[in-house]
Design a protein around this ligand. Structure first.
Ligand SMILES: NC(=O)c1ccc[n+]([C@@H]2O[C@H](COP(=O)([O-])OP(=O)(O)OC[C@H]3O[C@@H](n4cnc5c(N)ncnc54)[C@H](OP(=O)(O)O)[C@@H]3O)[C@@H](O)[C@H]2O)c1
Length: 406
């Protein structure tokens, strides 16, 4: 029997778990592919030689992370006729087009299920189950660290800093958590989902993102009082002949399919006229979990069932998106303050849906919900509000994802 020779690049959290899983599931791989899998070689920073491993491999599995070396290795693997599997969202959100094109030219496959939402099969659903569907929108909770932190702040009423420390203690957050909490990890994943959903060449630089570092217990308390959920949400959607891809904190109405996704779980919702919506959720990270997605891609490569990623067609990127907003303002409680703020909003045609005042005197807070308006107009209004002498801190705005049929 011809063996299935796997070159394993990286032997860290995912790489080591993958080798172990492959050993445990070798019989199943053989049953599905007709080939007995074997590790052709392992590359780390201190072990193995890439060219020797490549010469012995049928499939190259890239689990080293980073961009430059990973790109070089995957290029070489495709050029030499190997199928490849990767879990590397940073790489694909920057150089996906080149690699997908190379894979089409060489007739070799690229599997990358583990690059987005871990074991949640969002990539496979977009590439296969919905291959013929005109997708309108994808929403995702695609970063488990931030979802854990926001869930913990909601569950225990603790501060952002305390929730982050707990995430680090439990191994959900790295010692330098900036890619996660700042939103860039989620942005890379949304770029990949948007690429597949819309066949448009979305690069991570096309994705606008904000993180959760500014979220306070005031925001969480407001969400709790109104029965809303506060999440870091990625959105990719068609708007007016273009596409918008963005990541930001958002209040979700209670019935939204992502509102109840708690802890470190990930979830992806796909909306299309033909299907209404599909929501998938599950563990977004972890060695064994991620390795199981990698193994499924290896099986697909060996079975010849991995579809090519089709060529992309350029589409305008829409920057100025209409949304409802929550505003949080620290003001001095004086007659006429609300009227002055309302005037700043009115000049940008922002209309107030609800307003609540908390506290009195020098430490009053105004919390408002603003009906949907273009973000540029909201920003202009916030600029004017920040100039008012009765406003004590820069106003903060968080988007609200409302029920469409209220
Ligand atoms: N961890 C997760 O839960 C998870 C989930 C989804 C996706 N991913 C993705 O999976 C990939 C691997 O993540 P990980 O958590 O397993 O990383 P990791 O624990 O840091 O392991 C990285 C491995 O790659 C090796 N390596 C790093 N740079 C290398 C280079 N330039 N040349 C050769 N070997 C190199 C390291 O070698 P040394 O052992 O010598 O240091 C190590 O064995 C990343 O793309 C990550 O984004 C991870």
């Amino acid at each position: 029997m011809t063996p299935l020779r796997i070159g394993l690049l990286g032997h860290g959290t995912v790489g080591a778990a993958f080798e172990e899983l492959l050993g445990a599931r070798a019989g199943r791989v053989e049953q599905l592919t007709g080939r007995r899998p074997e590790i052709a070689g392992v590359l780390t920073r201190t072990r193995g030689d890439f060219d020797e491993i490549l010469a012995r491999s049928d499939v190259v599995v890239e689990l080293i992370g980073g961009v430059d070396d990973a790109l070089r290795y995957l290029r070489a693997a495709l050029e030499s006729g190997c199928d490849v599997v990767t879990a590397n969202k940073q790489l694909l959100s920057r150089h996906g087009e080149e690699l997908w094109q190379l894979s089409r030219e060489r007739g070799r496959s690229i599997g990358f299920e583990a690059a987005v939402a871990g074991v949640v099969p969002a990539i496979r659903v977009l590439r296969e189950a919905l291959a013929g569907t005109q997708i309108e929108r994808v929403h995702g909770i695609v970063n488990g660290t931030t979802n854990f932190i926001l869930s913990e702040m909601t569950r225990t009423a603790c501060s952002y800093e305390a929730a982050l420390a707990e995430a680090q203690r439990l191994g959900y957050a790295e010692s330098d958590p900036s890619d996660d909490v700042g939103g860039s990890d989620a942005a890379a994943k949304m770029a990949i989902l948007a690429r597949l959903a819309f066949d448009a060449p979305i690069h991570i630089d096309d994705v606008r993102f904000e993180g959760i570092e500014q979220i306070t217990q005031d925001d969480i308390g407001y969400a709790r009082a109104l029965g809303l959920a506060l999440k870091l949400i990625g959105t990719a959607e068609r708007i007016d002949g273009g596409i918008s891809v963005r990541v930001h904190p958002a209040f979700l109405y209670a019935g939204h399919p992502l509102a109840s996704v708690g802890g470190s779980f990930n979830a992806v919702t796909v909306e299309a006229e033909a299907i209404t919506e599909i929501t998938m959720s599950g563990p977004g990270a972890g060695g064994t979990q991620t390795a199981s997605a990698v193994l499924a891609d290896v099986i697909a490569a060996a079975s010849g069932t991995q579809r090519p990623v089709p060529a992309a067609v350029s589409v305008p990127i829409i920057e100025d998106v209409t949304s409802a907003f929550y505003l949080h303002l620290r003001v001095i409680d004086r007659p006429g303050v609300l009227a002055r703020i309302a005037q700043c909003l009115g000049e940008e045609e922002a209309s107030i849906k609800s307003v609540v005042q908390r506290g009195l005197g020098e430490h009053a807070q105004l919390v408002m919900v603003i009906h949907p308006l273009p973000e540029s107009r909201l920003r202009a209004a916030l600029g004017a509000i920040a100039e008012l002498d009765v406003v004590q801190a820069p106003p903060r705005a968080i988007r609200v994802i409302e029920e469409e049929f209220e």
